[in-house]
Design a protein around this ligand. Structure first.
Ligand SMILES: [Zn+2]
Length: 86
């Protein structure tokens, strides 16, 4: 179940909300009770999950100052953690 980052543009209240994809988005701020509560695109939950972490790592890894990753550990085969095997 994805986590959505919500923010109130009225009072600045922020909250991560665990919601089903089918759930209607929240609009009412629990702090000030206005309808300025809205879903943010940069959801904290996506970074915590790990799938997005690999993508950003691959994209920026070669351009930016990267740590030594020239010798990755040998593939363990079947563990599902090797990027080359997936
Ligand atoms: Zn508010």
């Amino acid at each position: 179940m994805p986590i959505y980052a919500y923010r109130c543009s009225q009072c600045g209240f922020e909250k991560d909300v665990l919601q089903k994809m089918s759930d209607a988005p929240l609009t009412t701020c629990p702090e000030c009770n206005t309808d300025n509560f809205s879903k943010q695109l940069t959801a904290a939950g996506f970074q915590l999950k790990g799938s997005g972490w690999y993508q950003t790592d691959f994209k920026g890894g070669s351009a930016a100052a990267k740590p030594k990753v020239d010798n990755p550990p040998p593939c363990q085969g079947g563990t599902g953690t090797c990027p080359s095997c997936n």
